[in-house]
Design a protein around this ligand. Sequence first.
Ligand SMILES: [Zn+2]
Length: 173
Amino acid sequence: MPSLKIVHYPEPVLLTVGKPIGDEEFGPELEALVGNMFETMYQAGGVGLAAPQVAVSKRLFVMDVPHEDGARNKLVFVNPEIVSVEGEQIGDEGCLSFPGLYQVVKRDMRVIVKAQDIKGNLIEHDLTDLSARCVLHEADHCDGIVFLDRMTKLKREMAKRKIKRLQNTGKWE
Ligand SMILES: [Zn+2]
């Protein structure tokens, strides 16, 4: 399967609220998109990828935060909805749309999320730690929110300066 082009900040599609996926959209075309998104994510070395990051302005993301033994843990979230959150975690975060940029972001420690799977069935997941961080990060993408928006003002200013430097050296297009 061909891999997709990952768009980088500040592409407008990253800052746009994604459209819900309608019942009529489930089928081979959506399955092919999801397959391509997984492949693109693995090639880029990421653990999550949202549709807006491949210039598809829809409420959809894939993730694979491997199990402790390294086994694959492929999850698809269509029309995700955060049901509840609790706790707090502070840690470094990256994003495939911000190549080379890592910054501290505070997130909830646990998240319960509802969505549809690739067949349109309703699913619910109760996730913690990195998986919770990933879901919150990717669900944000569906809302046109990027992790820059979740940083403290100070860290955001630092991140913006670093993005400028990377852009000037051609490492960011
Ligand atoms: Zn991201």
